[in-house]
Design a protein around this ligand. Structure first.
Ligand code: GDD
Ligand code: MN
Length: 377
């Protein structure tokens, strides 16, 4: 050990109480749940030295404030308050990496996960039997009080896809309740996605079978206070993750959505052009310009709603974003025509030149939109 950081006699007595287990709890609007969870952890974790790290994305209900109050009374409670960021996976990653305990657990704040399983999970890691322990809702002994039929169905379907496409062997890779050796997690962390909900699936898929996993059943309880943050859009997050993992992060769901919106924009453009020419007898240049503006506007709205839903522009930002988007697309059109023209010049195949131009246009628009319109703050 490095001489300079060798513990002195006083600090080595403190070292005895260093946490073995760090419980990481992502929170968003959970102010009524955190204190109850803290009390339950305190009651259950009698034989393990532990700490709890709440990672709060600046909840409007002031969850971080309640956590701070707990932390002032008990140094085992820690609070990471993140400003300007949202995302369950990212919050979990940051929380786990902020700990120095050898074992890290992740669980919901809303008391849906059964904290009484934690000692058993620690024992499995300690004995070396497992490097990852998953609280699983699927294997024998599982009951789901807080799980409605629809969600159970959707979750089972997604699980099946994950198991086939990503060769993930565990029964419940969608679980939000697990414990992992921090050193193993730290090796995988640089390859994990910070977006979306599916942190465990990401961990298991990224490990490519090299993580010894054990599953234990637990009862998925009903939420105590507040509401779930999972909406139907999490299906998109899920698809995005599967796609990224399958293509080694080459293709992102964002790009596919952006391109699909662009394709739809072409349909919009032609429809408007047709209506303007046929119904309004407009001259061609005006009709074409109208088509372009309507298509760009509808593309902007769709992208703001779908492609960049996690960074959605609001209020005045929408207007600013729209004007920037027009600008980006106009330059993109020039690039499109330029590339198409030079391809056609060398090889006069109309569809090849057209496709090359369109590809150039969409890549340009995508790259520039990410830089200027929906840029990360
Ligand atoms: N920091 C942070 N940021 N926390 C978040 C965010 C966010 O953007 N979104 C949700 N959370 C917190 C919630 O406050 C809660 O403590 C936990 O993450 C899980 O969110 P819920 O909204 O309670 O999700 P759920 O109960 O519907 O879904 C659970 O089951 C899924 C499997 O069906 C979770 O355990 C998921 O992780 C799990 O995939
Ligand atoms: Mn929950």
């Amino acid at each position: 050990m490095n001489e300079a950081i060798k513990p002195s006699p006083e600090t080595s007595s403190q070292a005895a109480s260093l946490p073995q287990l760090s419980v990481v709890v992502p929170t968003f609007n959970e102010r009524d749940n955190v204190t109850v969870l803290y009390r339950r952890l305190d009651a259950t974790l009698k034989d393990v030295s532990w700490e709890v790290i709440f990672v709060d994305d600046n909840s409007p209900d002031g969850t971080w404030d309640v956590v701070r109050a707990l932390a002032r009374k008990d140094s085992r409670v820690r609070c990471i308050r993140r400003i300007g960021r949202r995302g369950l996976s990212g919050a979990c990653i940051e929380g786990i990496l902020a700990s120095s305990a050898p074992y890290a657990a992740v669980m919901d704040a809303d008391l849906q996960h059964d904290e009484s399983q934690l000692p058993r999970m620690v024992a499995l890691l300690q004995s070396g039997e497992a490097e990852l322990v998953v609280g699983s809702r699927y294997i024998e002994g599982y009951k789901a009080d807080g799980f409605n039929k629809q969600r159970a169905g959707a979750s089972a379907f997604a699980t099946e896809i994950a198991r086939r496409a990503l060769k993930v062997e565990i029964a419940d890779p969608m679980s939000g309740f697990f414990m992992i050796r921090r050193d193993r997690f730290e090796q995988l962390a640089p390859q994990l996605s910070t977006q979306g909900f599916k942190i465990l699936l990401d961990v298991v898929a990224t490990a490519e079978g090299k993580l010894r996993a054990v599953e234990i059943p637990y009862t998925f309880g009903a939420r105590q206070h507040g509401e779930s943050k999972l909406d139907s859009m999490v299906a998109l997050d899920f698809l995005g993750l599967v796609l990224a993992k399958l293509t080694n992060d080459l293709i992102s769901l964002r790009f596919i959505l952006f391109a699909a919106v662009g394709g739809l924009g072409l349909v919009v453009h032609l429809t408007v052009l047709f209506i303007a020419l046929e119904l309004f007898k407009a001259p061609f240049p005006e009709a074409q310009a109208t088509g372009a503006i309507v298509a760009m506007t509808s593309n902007f709205i769709l992208n703001n709603f779908l492609t960049y839903r996690d960074q959605r522009l609001k209020g005045f930002g929408i207007l600013r974003g729209l004007l920037l988007f027009y600008l980006v697309c106009s330059v993109g059109l020039l690039a499109n025509v330029g590339v198409a023209f030079s391809v056609y010049d060398q090889e006069p195949i109309w569809w090849l030149a057209g496709a090359a131009g369109a590809l150039m246009g969409v890549v340009w628009n995508y790259a520039m939109s990410g830089l200027f319109v929906w840029r990360k703050r």
